[in-house]
Design a protein around this ligand. Structure first.
Ligand code: HEC
Ligand code: HEC
Ligand code: HEC
Ligand code: HEC
Ligand code: HEC
Length: 313
């Protein structure tokens, strides 16, 4: 009897030592990898673009140096259709996935829109001396991620030719997920005509507090962050009031502003703001049920209210 107990004790000690060693090596491995990743992250110069891309992929950081935005394809995997029927559906299994709803909207197609392209070409024909300024203005709302990438890189204009460049997929992505969710609060509500206060510190603002941040930090290198401005009318203000500089028939600036459209100001001056009825209340109808907002993560909670991305006009 005594002998068996001794054997048990010995086994236990051996098991303890082995598990201690395993944990220690796992922690060491983790720390070493973190150190390695932080070192690579700080490298600013690479031998070749390919080397840079490979290393960045290794880091699972899809944002290349000098870039700010991400294409909606990066959001589709976790915020698109859930074949497991677990997230982005109602209690009755009605699909409400964010990607497919958004994909069909005017905003998702704002840079492909043939009427818009035709109108830009027409404006250039009428005012050839303002061709660059015109295209730069028109792209600020219709192709915001292409326009602002170019602006942050210090280029003077972003044109239709830039938009059509096969290496630029961000411009064509239109008013996309990141083009809205990266809008920061300072200045919002007093900046119009495509002047958009982006927060370029790799955060994406959303309406919920306390969401899991790990998956997005790992796969898209951006942190989902709560902020109340996302649920306010001013979220739409930078692009839904357009004042343009007017020119005379000879193309000379008159110094006057022309109100091309002022949907945001029409709303501000209506009774809706006082009744807490914002743009989102009507254009992003809330689901009756609470909904899980990301696919592939079991155990995440359902959220209420869930705002559908249908944006009908
Ligand atoms: C401040 C943001 C902003 C800027 C800058 C802007 N637009 Fe727009 N544009 C919009 C919005 C918002 C709509 C949708 C309005 C609506 O449906 O009532 C729109 C709609 C349009 C449409 C109609 C598209 C359709 O399919 O119905 C055309 C054409 C257009 N814009 C041309 C232009 C041109 C040309 C320029 C540059 C001179 C320009 N836009 C600059 C915000 C902007
Ligand atoms: C035109 C701007 C706009 C675009 C484009 C947009 N969103 Fe949103 N999104 C919002 C706003 C505004 C809210 C919050 C609404 C509220 O709280 O009233 C929101 C809410 C969310 C939420 C929280 C869940 C919910 O629906 O309430 C997630 C997740 C989200 N968006 C992801 C995405 C993804 C992914 C895309 C692209 C497929 C996208 N958004 C495109 C404006 C936008
Ligand atoms: C690897 C999966 C994954 C990818 C890729 C991903 N997300 Fe998320 N997202 C999540 C998870 C998980 C949450 C938090 C869910 C929870 O805790 O309920 C979330 C939450 C959000 C929220 C809500 C934040 C809040 O505080 O309300 C927004 C907005 C959002 N994501 C936008 C995006 C956008 C835009 C992209 C594309 C650039 C994207 N996500 C890509 C998994 C992902
Ligand atoms: C980055 C600029 C931008 C932001 C931010 C933005 N919009 Fe838009 N929106 C546009 C442009 C550009 C169009 C026109 C696209 C086209 O017709 O080519 C548009 C079109 C629309 C339409 C469709 C109009 C129609 O005639 O079908 C609706 C509805 C709309 N926006 C609502 C919103 C709401 C609500 C918000 C805020 C949550 C918002 N938008 C934020 C740029 C923006
Ligand atoms: C009370 C509900 C409600 C609110 C609040 C609201 N809208 Fe609308 N909006 C509508 C309806 C309904 C239509 C379609 C009107 C029509 O077809 O005549 C519309 C049309 C539009 C259009 C396309 C036509 C146009 O007039 O330019 C855009 C763009 C738009 N809304 C953006 C916004 C923005 C941005 C806000 C907030 C600043 C907002 N809306 C607030 C209900 C609303």
């Amino acid at each position: 009897m005594k002998k068996i107990k001794k054997q048990h004790a010995a086994l236990l000690i051996v098991a303890l030592i082995i598990s201690f060693q395993l944990i220690r090596s796992a922690v060491e491995h983790y720390n070493a990898r973190r150190h390695y990743l932080s070192e690579v992250k700080n490298i600013t110069h690479f031998h070749t673009p390919k080397e840079e891309q490979t290393l960045k992929k290794l880091l699972m950081d899809p944002i290349l140096p000098g870039e700010t935005f991400l294409h909606s394809d990066n959001c589709k995997g976790c915020h698109g259709y859930d074949s497991a029927q677990y997230a982005l559906i109602t209690e009755d299994s009605v699909d409400m996935n964010l990607f497919d709803d958004w994909r069909a909207t005017m905003m998702a197609n704002s840079a492909r829109d043939p009427l818009w392209r035709a109108k830009v070409s027409h404006e250039i024909l009428v005012n050839p001396s303002h061709a660059n300024e015109l295209q730069n203005t028109c792209t600020s709302c219709h192709a915001p991620m292409g326009h602002y990438t170019s602006k942050y890189k210090g280029y003077p204009f972003y044109t239709i030719a830039d938009l059509m460049n096969p290496s630029d997929s961000l411009g064509l992505d239109g008013v996309s997920c990141v083009a809205c969710h990266m809008i920061g609060e300072p200045g919002l509500g007093s900046m119009f005509s495509g002047d958009i206060p982006y927060d370029t510190s790799h955060v994406l603002y959303g309406p919920f507090t306390g969401v899991q941040t790990g998956p997005m930090q790992l796969y898209v290198a951006m942190t989902p962050t709560w902020s109340s401005h996302v649920s306010e009318g001013k979220m739409c203000s930078s692009c839904h009031t357009l004042l343009v500089n007017s020119v005379d028939l000879a193309g000379n600036p008159t110094g006057n502003k022309f109100i091309e459209q002022a949907t945001y100001h029409e709303w501000v001056n209506s009774t809706y703001p006082g009744d807490q009825v914002v743009c989102q209340s009507c254009h992003m109808p809330q689901a009756e049920d609470s909904v899980r907002i990301a696919t592939g993560y079991f155990g995440i909670p359902k959220h209420f209210p869930f705002n559908q991305h249908v944006f009908q006009g």
